[in-house]
Design a binder for this molecule. Structure first.
Ligand code: ATP
Length: 365
């Protein structure tokens, strides 16, 4: 196992625009790090540079203490698990897992190969399927065989490129847990690429958010959720996404779409001399006032809203509340929206309520 260190890594394809623009990231030995971001942000390119499938234009990549920029993929001793499993259909599960060991001709005895394959099969609960062919396995089992191959190689690190995107939602959930369990059991350094923020938030020790080839923030899932460094991270992490409410400063109050909020000293100093600000509020930080005790009601900021649509999800109720803004604010929101590639600004509020809430479509609440 080993740490992976990226220093100012840049990737330019041909003469084109850089796909990765100077990324620095220290991945500790045994750590599980997720690279997440929208399509085209450069996460696969970064992973492919780590594994050696893509040249590094500039910067330094270290595995352990060794600079590996110019090392061939097999000299880096990393195991990559791809989206499409890349299993050999004519070989049994046992032989598929044993394949990387047999490639190193004469290095392992038959006995050693069996031990390693059985260890991997036990770790992944594949013991009963060792004599089957891939065609007779479910998608999840195939995925496990692909992981088994990574395990027997006893690699410095595991690299996953969107390994679950071919699976249905339920299986994806199961495999997510399985990958997390396997990684904890083996304690192998792992880098995992996904565009799915649920995977990012549930799997990793730390999550690195990329956008347009640049690292936005690296933090624990909780750190990202509670203290996003910018609007992009705030809007990208969380489902339903964080609400961005435009506010206009007028004297001692901040005028929000539904309510005027008095400006505290703290807020005032954070706002500085800006006149229009964006206030981020997560959907679950709203409540149905009708369900609150008086003390809680008084502690919060209450407002009336016309609910457009509700969605009942069993554990929560989402209520959608449109709002209007002044021309000036609308212009500002459009500008921000362009800047965030349509990820950001909406003129409706999403509110996640307790299912006991009686709020329904068209209600005033
Ligand atoms: P996705 O989630 O869609 O796979 P990604 O975040 O993994 O996206 P990359 O595949 O790393 O993104 O691509 C980053 C940028 O580099 C994109 O603009 C892409 O078009 C470009 N790119 C990727 N591979 C090549 C290539 N072989 N030649 C030229 N440009 C490429």
């Amino acid at each position: 196992m080993a740490a992976i260190t990226l220093k100012d890594i840049v990737k330019k394809y041909g003469d084109g625009f850089p796909a990765v623009k100077g990324v620095s990231l220290d991945i500790a030995d045994g750590e599980f790090v997720i690279l997440v971001g929208p399509s085209g942000c450069g996460k696969s390119t970064l992973l492919r540079m780590i594994v050696g499938l893509e040249d590094i234009t500039s910067g330094e990549l270290k595995i352990g203490d060794e600079v590996v920029n110019d090392k061939a993929p097999r000299e880096r001793h990393l195991a990559m698990v791809f989206q499409n499993y890349a299993l050999y259909p004519h070989l049994t599960v046992f032989e598929n897992i044993a394949f990387p060991l047999r490639l190193q001709k004469g290095v392992f005895t038959e006995e050693q190969i069996r031990e390693k394959v059985e260890f991997a099969a036990n770790t992944l609960e594949l013991q009963e399927h060792l004599q089957r062919k891939p065609a007779n396995l479910s998608g999840g089992q195939r995925q496990r065989v692909a992981m088994g191959r990574a395990i027997v190689r006893e690699a410095n690190a595991f690299l996953f490129d969107e390994p679950l995107s071919n699976l249905d939602a339920k299986l994806r959930g199961q495999m997510r847990t399985e990958i997390a369990r396997m990684q904890r059991r083996l304690g192998t350094t792992t880098v995992y690429v996904t565009h799915d923020q649920t995977e990012a938030m549930t799997l990793g020790d730390r999550v690195a958010v990329l956008r347009k080839g640049e690292l936005q923030q690296v933090a624990s899932p909780r750190g990202l959720y509670e203290q996003p460094v910018n609007l992009f991270v705030a809007g990208f992490i969380g489902s339903p996404p964080m609400n961005f409410l435009p506010g206009e400063v007028e004297g001692d109050v901040l005028k929000l779409p539904f309510v005027d909020v008095p400006l505290s000293d703290d807020l005032r100093s954070r706002i500085g001399d800006r006149r229009i600000v964006i206030v981020g509020i997560r959907p679950e930080h709203f409540s149905d006032a009708a369900l609150l005790e008086d003390a809680k009601k008084e502690a919060g900021v209450a407002f009336d809203a016309e609910v457009d649509v509700t969605e009942w999800l069993g554990s929560e109720l989402y209520a959608y509340v449109p709002f209007e803004t002044s021309q000036e604010v609308a212009g500002k929101l459009e500008e921000l929206d362009r800047d965030l590639d349509g990820e950001g600004m909406r003129t409706q509020l999403v509110v996640a309520l307790d299912t006991e809430s009686r709020v329904r479509d068209g209600d005033s609440a």
